[in-house]
Ligand binder design. Structure first.
Ligand SMILES: Cc1cc2nc3c(=O)[nH]c(=O)nc-3n(C[C@H](O)[C@H](O)[C@H](O)COP(=O)(O)O)c2cc1C
Length: 206
């Protein structure tokens, strides 16, 4: 897969079939497509990977980890949503990031996340809108090397009633917030240039 400057990867941290996080992320994806970008949606049910274990890594990096690395390296943007489980991000998401944080032999540290323009999303059924796990996600992704200006979106009190039967969000104010967020995200200064500049530097270094 080649780097596509107009491609945004979206990863849902919930495995649940009717996940509110996945539904909100799908609404965000639609908005990105409307605004002329392409997307790669990652449902982690389709990318099973073992718990991180250095012994497994030394034998062979799991194929799905390589696939996910490829997806991130070919995108200029990343949007991740996570449910809040006891104040933390989901274990499946943390496990994926642990695998992806590892550089291959002679690889460039943090290459997978280098300057990805990022939005963190948290949806919960409670009234705090997954704010604690959103903070964790923001710190984690910052440490991994994404573009430092991380945007966030939080939705509280989610329920089946706020979506139609196709998963479209029904709350007008939230639809407007998402539209504005994505317009701001896609137009943010330096978004694409930063990534291109760093890729060029890497080519020169190698
Ligand atoms: C083990 C567990 C822990 C949870 N902890 C929290 C929590 O700390 N804060 C919160 O707002 N909701 C919490 N919830 C409720 C989730 O917000 C709710 O299950 C939500 O629907 C999960 O996201 P999903 O619909 O995308 O799967 C918890 C749910 C589970 C199963």
């Amino acid at each position: 897969m080649n780097f596509n400057i107009k491609n945004i990867s979206l990863i849902s941290g919930s495995l649940r079939k009717d996940s509110f996080n996945t539904k909100v992320l799908r609404n965000i994806e639609k908005e990105i497509i409307v605004q002329g970008f392409t997307t790669t949606f990652v449902d982690l049910n389709d990318f099973p990977i073992p718990f991180y274990n250095e012994d497994i890594e030394l034998q062979a990096i799991p194929y799905n980890v390589l696939k996910l690395k490829n997806i991130l390296q070919s995108s200029s943007g990343l949007i991740v949503s996570s449910p809040e489980y006891n104040g933390e991000i989901s274990a499946v998401l943390k496990n994926m990031f642990d695998w992806l944080s590892r550089k291959s032999i002679n690889g460039i540290p943090k290459k997978n996340f280098l300057d990805l323009k990022t939005i963190v999303v948290g949806v919960s059924i409670g009234k705090n809108g997954a704010k604690r796990s959103l903070e964790r996600l923001q710190v984690l992704l910052g440490n991994l090397g994404v573009n430092k200006d991380i945007l966030s979106y939080s939705l509280a009190k989610a329920s089946n009633d706020i979506f139609d039967n196709r998963g479209n969000l029904l709350i007008d104010e939230e639809i407007i917030i998402i539209k504005d967020l994505i317009a701001n995200y896609l137009s943010s200064a330096d978004f694409l240039n930063d990534k291109l500049e760093n890729l060029n530097k890497k080519v020169i270094q190698n």
